[in-house]
Write a protein that binds this ligand. Sequence first.
Ligand SMILES: [Cu+2]
Length: 377
Amino acid sequence: MNKNCLQRLAVGSIALVSGSAWADELNMPVGVTEISRKIYGLHMDIFMVCVVVGCIVFGAMAISIFLHRKSRGAVPATFHESTTLEIVWTLLPAIILVVMAVPATGVLVDIYDAGGEDMVVEIRGYQWKWQYKYLDDDYNRNFDFFSNMSTTQDEIHNVSVKDQNYLLDVDKPLVIPVNRKVRFLLTSEDVIHAWWVPDFGIKRDAVPGMVNELWTIVDQSGTYRGQCTELCGKDHGFMPVVVKVLPQDGYDAWYAAQVKTERARREALSKTFTADELMAEGQRVYDTFCVACHQANGKGLPPAFPGLAGSQVALGPVDAHIRMVYEGVPGTSMQAFGKQLDAAELAAVVHFERHSWGNNTDDVTQPKDVIALMEGQ
Ligand SMILES: [Cu+2]
């Protein structure tokens, strides 16, 4: 620990104890939910207990080192096995621990009380993005979307100036209404991730094959940011969480727009598109879902991630190509995209790969081709 660090620590401790403005910079956030404020209160109470215990213990030590030093002719006491003393120094810490455990348990019980919700959102972790599914009782009002980090590669590679929300921005945030109890169901499609929003005071693991619960009631509208907090592979640091909390009427308008988009998406499954439309949509899907491994120039990052320019699969029979993207390649990082993309998106991205970076297969892939092959219709 260097001097600067020690200074900060000293100033920080004083700031925390005296509750000055400095504390805001160094302390954990108070947050915008009752739970986050309870956690903050607990943190401050227990911090105070630690400060008092620390002062007594280190104070007694400092005083005895100073007053009873050898050069003053101090002679050590000779007593052994003082039963009273041993009872006192066992009971006292035990009592302090119990006193701290009581309020902590109360808050923990509140944190786990996910019942009585107004709405449910399923959160699904993927390498390396989040999917949000709005689970309405009415199937026709259900929809879901992916939330991908939107920080540009140029910012990451220091080519352009870093944004204020560097690595903490997404293309589509989770949107929830203010003052409503939202229950989250957390799970994962691949490895363990963890969903965390410090301002809400909530965080939980997203475990494949399991569903964990989480809930929140946010009482201030605004945009709140968090991150995946479970080491989940190469792009673990690139799957931020962004939550936009809207007033009820703004939220209702947003929800209605999502339902409309979802209707259009479901209709697209039975449409026939032009080659240009497929290329435009395919580019969007590729840039969102494939570019991290196969790269913008289609050359991939061999040997880990094969190039698609000139690839046997991208130039071979279309059925095998669709199947590969739909089912993935088990045991590799090539995922089964049939779970994440619908038939229209799959058709577009397959078409795009067959007509980009010098590939030209002279065919057109439509949603109905994907449905016929993979969904058995
Ligand atoms: Cu993760």
